[in-house]
Design a protein around this ligand. Structure first.
Ligand SMILES: *[C@@H]1O[C@H](CO)[C@@H](O)[C@H](O)[C@H]1NC(C)=O
Ligand SMILES: *[C@@H]1O[C@H](CO)[C@@H](O)[C@H](O)[C@H]1NC(C)=O
Length: 398
């Protein structure tokens, strides 16, 4: 009995100190988590969860320390959802264990340019997650030649910096799956993108007006370009991609507008193209334009039965409208193809069809070995200048 009093006293006297320790020892990276289910989202695939997602975002965005938006397992129906900044917080994480689905009736998103968008944010990371754009209805409408809405990009990041997307799965987008527009320093890794080979305009990843974008370790198969690169893209790095089905990796279409920014410093490294329409392509309109393409390296590509493994085409003019003399103003220079091998599905495996006013120059072919039906393939070169080194098959260009 006599010992109890002093012991109790001792413990109690330690409390303020323990409390102080607790505060001090909170890790500095401590993050507040906003669970969308706690905020009212329902993972039943039927209840509209747009508002709970937005309220999680608003809390994270308004927080002055690191914050996480957590999406547990389940299927969440979301309408058009804008995660907008600017935010107080430069460290926001989305951790997605569940699946986000778009409305199955494509008329709901209609002509909304995008379904999910991060706009004017800095320092956002997205881990995991499956996005289902439910595009099949719209594709059917478009293919039947009816008057259909344009549809929505599944996930867009625009006017933003320091974005990291890891392990995202996106299928059946109505339009493009992922768009990176007017951003700096974006890394997408481990993405899985899929849509039917006959789905119109379902590009995997589209980059435009952006600098410092990396796309790594991803598997993309759609009805359009696996990766498309638009005007104003600089310092782009693409590595370790499996592409197909689809239209390949394309710089372009460029030169649609008279005043247009160029594309500079693009590296495409280690890609396997399987059954695609194109491998590595540069495509421009046959119209006057200030745009250019310079400093491109296509390196270590394997072609498996690809229709146009290496192609530059500067004669794009659908419906032959507004293309005076069918001449492209886009200047293409300093493009290197290095270690490109495999099989072409057509006889012409290398095609350079350049502008008659601004011939392509500084095209380099190095260690290229493309075959057609186990025989040598052909090359077709118009208005293109450059050099070949190492083994180059087909070899009749330079
Ligand atoms: C080209 O882009 C890469 C990133 O893809 C970057 O590391 C490099 O510094 C850029 N080169 C120039 C000359 O800007
Ligand atoms: C070029 O590729 C073909 C088919 O893959 C192969 O049989 C041939 O040996 C290659 N040529 C060289 C010189 O590597």
């Amino acid at each position: 009995m006599k010992m109890v009093q002093p012991m109790t006293y001792r413990v109690l006297s330690l409390l303020p100190f323990l409390f102080f320790l607790h505060i001090q020892l909170l890790p500095t990276g401590a993050t507040t988590t906003y669970n969308v289910v706690t905020l009212g989202a329902k993972g039943d695939g039927k209840s509209d969860s747009t508002m709970p997602f937005l309220s999680a975002w608003d809390s994270a965005c308004g927080s002055d320390h690191p914050a996480t938006v957590y999406v547990p397992l389940g299927t969440y129906l979301l309408g058009k959802t804008m995660f907008s900044g600017p935010c107080k917080n430069g460290d926001i994480t989305f951790r997605i264990d569940g699946t986000l689905v778009a409305p199955s009736d494509y008329r709901v998103l209609g002509n909304a340019a995008n379904w999910l968008i991060f706009d004017r944010v800095s320092g956002v990371s997205v881990y995991g997650g499956t996005l289902d754009g439910q595009g099949t209805g719209l594709w059917t409408c478009k293919r039947s030649g009816q008057n259909c809405p344009t549809g929505a990009t599944t996930l867009e990041s625009s006017n933003s910096n320091n974005i990291f997307v890891s392990g995202l799965t996106s299928h059946n987008s109505q339009m493009f799956h992922i768009v990176i527009n007017n951003c700096n320093n974006v890394k997408v890794q481990g993405a899985k993108v899929s849509a039917s080979r006959i789905s119109p305009n379902t590009d995997g990843i589209h980059v435009s007006s952006s600098s410092g974008v990396m796309i790594l370790n991803s598997r993309i198969g759609t009805g359009d370009d696996c990766i498309s690169i638009g005007p104003g893209t600089t310092n782009l790095w693409i590595q370790n991609i499996a592409c197909g089905p689809g239209h390949g990796i394309s710089i372009g279409s460029l030169g649609k507008d008279l005043n247009e920014a160029g594309v500079q410093n693009v590296t495409v490294n280690t890609v396997t193209f399987t059954g695609t329409k194109n491998g590595v392509r540069i495509k421009t309109w046959a119209k006057p334009s200030s745009a250019f393409v310079r400093g491109v390296l296509f390196q270590h590509a394997t072609m498996v039965n690809v229709q146009n493994p290496i192609i530059i085409s500067q004669n794009y003019c659908p419906d032959n409208k507004n293309c005076p003399r069918q001449v492209s103003g886009v200047r293409i220079s300093d493009v290197t193809y290095q270690d490109i091998h495999g099989s072409s599905a057509t006889e012409v495996a290398v095609e350079f069809d350049c502008s008659k006013e601004y011939p392509c120059n500084g095209i380099t072919l190095e260690d290229v070995n493309l075959t057609y039906e186990n025989k040598a393939a052909e090359a077709s070169c118009v208005n293109a200048g450059g050099s070949a080194s190492g083994l180059v098959k087909p070899s009749n260009c330079f």
